[in-house]
Design a protein around this ligand. Structure first.
Ligand SMILES: *Cc1c(COP(=O)(O)O)cnc(C)c1O
Length: 467
C-alpha cells in the first residue's frame, strides 16, 4: 500500500515511511492511495477470532508489503497481552439497543493505548530492520503522553520526551507519566499552557537541522498507523452484533476526530455501518459543523472531559479530503484558509454528504454530570465524563432495529472528582495502578523557551534524564 497526502504535494510513501514521518511535507495528512475492501465472506471469516489476530487481519492490507500478516499478528499479540480484560475490548449493554464498547483496559486506562501499544511495537520492528534510532517528542494535555510513554518505555531504539503543562494535568495523569523511571523516558514540566507545549513541539519539528540531528519522530494522532490500529475494534463490535448481515451504528466522544475517523474507514472498507454520532463537550466545533455547517474556531474552554478540549480537530482534514472526492487542491485551499481566518466555508453539497452519515451532539459540564448520574441510575454503569458523552449521543440517535455502540474511552477512576460529584461513588484504580500515589516521580521543570527544550532533548539523548 502506498500513501498520499491530503494536500497533493508530497511524495507517496510506504506504510513504514508513513509510520516514521507522521505529517506529510506539504502540511497534509497521509491516507491510503486506495481503500482495501473486504467482502461479506472476508468479514465472516473474522468472526470469533481472538482480538489480536482480528486486529492483524484488518491492518494487514494497510501494512503490506512492508510488514507481513504473520509479523503483525505477533506484534498485536504482544501489544494487547498487557490489557487487563481478557476480551481486550468488551461490550456491555446499557439500554435497549444501546451497547458500550470499553477501550480503556490498557496500561494507562484510556483508549489511546489501543493504538499506541501497537505503535511502540511497530516502531521497534521497523527501526530494527533499518538499524536506526529515533527520538519521539510530543506535547500532552494528559492521555497521549502517558500512552506514548507506556508504549516506548525500555525500548532500545526509542527515546521519548514528553512535554506537559506544569500543574495543569490531573494528578493521576501526571503520575502516570512521571513515575515511569526507565532511562529512555524524559518528562518535561513546562512552565506554560498546553498550547505553549504544542507550539514548542511544532517549532522543534520545523527546525530541520535539529530534527535531523536528533532524528525526531511524532506519535500524535495525525500518524496514519494510529488510525489503522483503531479500525479493528469497530469490526470486532460490529461482528459481535450481527454484521455483516446486520447494520450497526457507532457513537464516539470526539476531540481530534481520530477515533471516529477509524470508524469511517471501517465503513469505507465495507463494514455495514449505518450511522456515526459525534459527541463533543462545550468545545463543539464539529457539532456546529454537522448541525449548521458552521466551521468557526472559538477559544478552547476547559471542561470535565479535558481530552476533548480541542478546537481544531486535525483528523477532520482526512474526512474533508474524502468528502471532496479526493480533490487535494481544493482540500489544501480550504485548510490553508481555515488556519488563516479561523473559518471554513464548506460547500453545501459536501456538508450534506457529511450529514447523510454523521450526527453531532454537544453536552456542557452540567449536562455531562447529569448524564453520568442518569446512566448510572438507569443501568448501574459508571461512565467517565468522556465516555458518557458518547453514550448520550448514542441514546439520542439510535434507530429501531439497529444496534448502537458507544465507545467508552477512559476508565472512570481517571476522573475521580467528576465521578464523586455526579454519583457519590469513588471508582477504584485497577490493581496494577493501586500504588500510583506512592510511586517515586521524576521530571524536570523547564521554562517555555525553545532553547530550554532543545537542551533537554539533547540531554535525554546523551544518556537519560537525572533529576
Ligand atoms: C483522546 C481522547 C478522546 C478523543 O479522541 P480523538 O481521537 O481525539 O477524537 C476522547 N476521550 C478520551 C478519554 C481521550 O483520551
Amino acid at each position: 500500500m502506498r500513501y498520499i497526502s491530503t494536500r497533493g504535494n508530497a511524495p507517496a510513501l510506504s506504510f513504514s515511511d508513513v509510520l516514521l514521518t507522521g505529517l506529510a511535507e506539504d502540511g497534509g495528512l497521509y491516507l491510503p492511495e486506495t481503500w482495501p475492501e473486504f467482502s461479506l465472506s472476508d468479514w465472516r471469516a473474522l468472526r470469533g477470532l481472538p482480538y489480536p489476530e482480528l486486529a492483524a487481519r484488518v491492518m494487514a492490507p494497510f501494512a503490506a508489503p512492508d510488514i507481513s500478516f504473520e509479523t503483525l499478528k505477533t506484534l498485536c499479540e504482544r501489544a494487547y497481552a498487557g490489557f487487563s480484560h481478557p476480551a481486550v475490548v468488551p461490550l456491555t449493554q446499557v439500554d435497549d439497543g444501546l451497547f458500550v464498547q470499553e477501550l480503556f483496559h490498557g496500561p494507562t486506562l484510556a483508549f489511546k493505548d489501543m493504538a499506541m501499544q501497537v505503535l511502540g511495537h511497530l516502531f521497534e520492528h521497523v527501526l530494527t530492520q533499518r538499524n536506526e534510532r529515533v527520538t519521539i517528542v510530543a506535547a500532552t494535555s494528559g492521555d497521549t503522553g502517558s500512552a506514548a510513554i507506556e508504549a516506548c518505555r525500555g525500548r532500545e531504539r526509542l527515546s521519548v520526551v514528553i512535554l506537559h503543562p506544569k500543574g495543569r494535568t490531573s494528578e493521576v495523569q501526571r503520575r502516570q507519566m512521571t513515575t515511569v523511571l526507565e532511562p529512555n523516558v524524559t518528562n518535561l514540566a513546562v512552565e506554560g499552557t498546553f498550547d505553549d507545549c504544542q507550539d514548542l513541539v511544532k517549532a522543534l519539528f520545523a527546525d530541520m537541522s535539529f530534527r535531523r540531528e536528533m532524528n525526531l519522530s511524532a506519535v500524535n494522532s495525525i500518524n496514519w498507523a494510529r488510525i489503522a490500529a483503531q479500525i479493528p475494534y469497530y469490526v470486532h463490535a460490529a461482528l459481535a452484533l450481527g454484521a455483516p448481515e446486520r447494520e450497526v451504528s457507532f457513537a464516539v466522544p470526539t476531540g481530534n476526530f481520530g477515533n471516529i475517523l477509524a470508524a469511517w474507514a471501517a465503513r469505507r472498507m465495507g463494514l455495514p455501518i449505518r450511522h456515526l454520532c459525534v459527541g463533543s463537550n462545550r468545545n463543539d466545533i464539529l457539532t456546529r459543523f454537522l448541525n449548521a455547517n458552521d466551521m468557526t474556531i472559538k477559544g478552547v474552554v476547559p471542561s470535565l472531559s479535558p481530552s476533548m478540549d480541542i478546537q481544531v480537530s486535525s483528523n477532520f482534514e482526512r474526512l474533508l479530503f474524502e468528502l471532496l472526492g479526493r480533490d487535494a487542491k481544493r482540500c489544501a485551499e480550504l485548510m490553508t484558509g481555515f488556519r488563516a481566518s479561523g473559518h471554513m466555508d464548506i460547500p453545501a453539497e459536501t456538508w450534506e454528504r457529511a450529514r447523510d452519515l454523521f450526527s453531532g451532539l454537544a453536552l456542557d459540564d452540567a449536562q455531562t454530570e447529569a448524564a453520568i448520574r442518569s446512566v448510572h441510575l438507569r443501568s448501574g454503569y459508571l461512565a467517565d465524563p468522556h465516555s458518557v458523552i458518547g453514550i448520550e449521543a448514542g441514546r439520542q440517535f439510535r434507530q429501531p432495529g439497529i444496534p448502537m455502540v458507544a465507545e467508552a474511552t477512559a476508565h472512570p477512576a481517571k476522573f475521580p472528582d467528576a465521578m464523586v460529584a455526579a454519583t457519590g461513588i469513588l471508582p477504584a484504580l485497577p490493581p496494577h495502578m493501586a500504588d500510583l500515589f506512592e510511586r517515586r516521580e521524576r521530571y524536570r521543570t523547564v521554562p517555555a523557551t525553545q532553547n530550554a527544550i532543545k537542551d533537554a532533548v539533547r540531554a535525554a539523548l546523551a544518556g537519560g534524564s537525572t533529576d
